[in-house]
Design a binder for this molecule. Structure first.
Ligand SMILES: [Zn+2]
Length: 411
């Protein structure tokens, strides 16, 4: 029947040791000129043998299909790709490879051109294509391995096994936190490019509304502590922590992660919330009346202010609604999800909405492989249909984590 069933379960992961980005960065000496080439649709450049191709057969309403190229979502794909690209350029001096990035460094232009020619020749001979739009050609400095801020780097690392685009959204389009709940005005909605994988590996997407952005910009402007922080970001931090204002001190510890973004302060991908808006954010975070740990994990992955975690805890403990319905708000012990040694025994499933369209998100706990479907409706039948489609490809999971919303209760 489904030969693809539990395919990942049977895949032997490569023995290839993936270097850490730190190890890769350590290989790059200081040079005058750098070039970064980015492999286009990296995994799809690796053809599958007929035998391997048949193993990826999936059942669709239109018949059976199989991949002819290495699909995203295969547990062994990153190692295979890394090994292939590493071996291709092993013999070329002044070249460093990491996943789908090829970096060339040199001191002289002549030397650089010579290496570049060699790199492109090898690519041509092996059918490797680079993405022209992502090429950084002969620059005095380049962005490599997503080195933008430490936090962003971590995000990139978490997501490197997926096919994803990290986009910088210009100010006009930057909206601020609103829809931690699902009830927002559909037209006034924007989904941020960040896909944050929180502690329990559930994909969390935070949506923002324009009005809220303006409101937060104003509140940031009127927050004396944040203004002082902003001033330090612009003009440099003092060398000694003790010389700064007591309320600004917590920011000193995380100063490398801080930057200003369209009138807002950010700590990596987290938004720094001005004091006057913290209560509002707390109520948003706890809108679904989840327990302390879930609320905390949502807060930690999205926002920052000094003492936030304690405030979240107090807020949840004091919540009247939770008390009334006697929800257990004692801090539940963090139970690490049993992810096992193979993919797909356990998946997380959730519904979300972007610009009035409804989507179903599915994440495998083990590989963290995500799938997203657009839904015509969030009726249980619709959700079941999509889940069946996924189960047909990967097998039926043993455990499915949901928020127990209406569509899931009937499943
Ligand atoms: Zn509550």
């Amino acid at each position: 029947m489904h030969r693809s069933k539990k395919l990942n379960y049977w895949i032997k992961r490569e023995r290839y040791m993936m270097p850490s980005p730190e190890e890769v960065l350590a290989l790059i000496p200081k040079a005058n000129i750098y070039t970064v080439l980015d492999a286009k649709y990296a995994f799809w450049q690796i053809p599958l043998t007929d035998e391997a191709s048949l193993l990826t057969t999936m059942s669709t309403p239109y018949g059976r299909y199989c991949y002819t190229r290495m699909p995203y979502g295969l547990s062994s794909a990153p190692e295979i790709f890394q090994r292939i690209i590493h071996q291709l350029y092993l013999g070329v001096p002044n070249v460093v490879t990491y996943m789908d990035d090829v970096l060339i460094y040199s001191d002289s232009e002549t030397e650089h051109l010579k290496i570049l020619e060699q790199v492109l020749k090898i690519a041509r001979e092996n059918g490797l294509k680079f993405d022209k739009t992502k090429t950084q050609l002969m620059q005095p400095s380049v962005r490599y391995l997503g080195h933008i801020s430490p936090r962003l780097q971590r995000l990139v690392l978490q997501l490197q096994h997926y096919d994803f685009d990290l986009k910088y959204i210009p100010g006009k389009k930057l909206y601020t936190a609103d829809a931690l709940s699902r009830d927002y005005i559909a037209n006034d909605l924007f989904i941020t490019p960040e896909i944050e994988i929180s502690q329990n590996n559930q994909v969390l997407m935070v949506t923002y509304s324009n009005n809220r952005h303006q409101d937060l910009v104003e509140a940031t402007k009127n927050d004396p502590v944040l203004q002082e922080v902003k001033n330090y970001i612009e003009n440099g931090w003092p060398i000694h922590k003790k010389t700064i204002n007591l309320l600004v001190k917590p920011f000193w510890d995380i100063k490398e992660e801080l930057f200003e973004w369209e009138g807002l302060l950010c700590r990596g991908v987290k938004l720094v919330i001005p004091e006057k808006r913290r209560n509002h954010i707390l109520s948003l975070l706890h809108k679904a009346h989840r327990g302390i740990n879930s609320t905390l994990s949502l807060a930690r992955s999205t926002f920052y202010w000094p003492g936030m975690c304690q405030e979240v805890e107090e807020f949840v403990k004091k919540c009247q609604i939770c008390q009334k319905y006697s929800r257990n708000n004692t801090k539940e012990p963090l139970i690490p999800h049993e992810t096992g040694n193979n993919p797909f025994p356990k998946i997380g499933v959730d519904l979300f909405e972007i610009e009035g369209r409804k989507y179903l998100g599915i994440v495998d706990y083990y590989t963290k492989y995500p799938e997203v479907f657009e839904l015509r409706s969030t009726k249980a039948e619709m959700v079941i249909e999509k889940l069946k489609e996924v189960f047909a490809r990967f097998g039926v999971p043993e455990i499915m984590m949901t928020d127990n919303g209406p569509p899931f209760q009937s499943t």
